[in-house]
Design a protein around this ligand. Structure first.
Ligand code: SAM
Length: 240
């Protein structure tokens, strides 16, 4: 069964038992931020992709953002099965030149324990700062319930047996979303940390990439998406 709710995780992430939560929140990098390096003028990137999310500012005060993410992760723990895991996609970001690392808030989450950090080498970036290395990797933080079991259930062969996954995201796979997962990434995560028939949840569903992979791999899916536009795209892509 595939369910995609329109609304927020704050209201809708309850009343389920998920075996795997695989998700990526907005990165709080400000969708209205101006480019400084001439890439937009040179037409070398899609301006909508800068800052990721479109439709709202994605620009909370950083402290508030981090507190919200700790609350989010702790909420995920309340809907996890006893041996379920959260695979939380994020990346080191820059604000005012300073690097902000996701462990700043993941480490504050008391309900979950960090088991793995997988580097996703996506081979592309939205961030082309002339003074810095261009960051082409993101991270998958794999967390289990505090005190619970950690099940690495299976994996998609040797390609995804190490903690560096090379899955290029060099073109937009579809028109609607600025920062989707690669479908291959969602499939590899679902195969590694769930079994057929399990319930996979993505509380920041976006364009529904996790839902498509879950459906293809015979898992149930429960998703939540705040934006009406992305919610419609997700439902159309997964055909529910
Ligand atoms: C990084 S994107 C996820 C992209 C997704 N992985 C995909 O493959 O398309 C984060 C999504 O979370 C949504 N969102 C933001 N705040 C939310 C909230 N409080 N509850 C649910 N969805 C939210 C945004 O509209 C955005 O589509």
């Amino acid at each position: 069964m595939i369910v995609i709710k329109k609304g927020t995780w704050q209201r809708n992430l309850k009343g389920i038992t998920a075996d795997l939560v695989f998700t990526s929140p907005p990165y709080n990098i400000g969708s209205k931020a101006a480019r400084k390096d001439g890439y937009r003028a040179a037409g070398k990137f899609d301006p909508k992709s800068y800052g990721g999310i479109t439709g709202y500012a994605d620009n909370l005060p950083e402290e508030k953002y981090q507190a919200e993410q700790v609350a989010f992760l702790n909420r995920c723990a309340t809907v996890l099965s006893d041996d379920g895991v959260v695979v939380y996609n994020h990346k080191p970001r820059r604000k005012g030149g300073r690097m902000i690392h996701p462990m700043s808030w993941i480490g504050q989450c008391e309900q979950l324990e960090l088991m793995e950090e997988v580097v996703w080498d996506r081979g592309s970036t939205h961030n082309h700062c002339p003074q810095l290395m261009w960051p082409t990797t993101e991270r998958l933080y794999v967390l289990k319930k505090a005190g619970g079991r950690y099940p690495l259930r299976s994996h998609s062969g040797m390609e995804f047996r190490s903690d560096v996954w090379r899955i290029p995201l060099t073109t937009r796979p579809h028109g609607g979303h600025a920062c989707p997962f690669a479908l291959k990434l969602a499939s590899a995560v679902i195969e590694a940390w769930s079994s057929p028939g399990d319930l996979v949840c993505d509380p920041y569903t976006g364009s529904g990439t996790t839902a498509i992979a879950a459906k293809e791999l015979g898992r149930d899916f429960y998703g939540i998406e705040k934006s009406a536009k992305y919610h419609a795209i997700a439902k159309e892509r997964v055909a529910v």
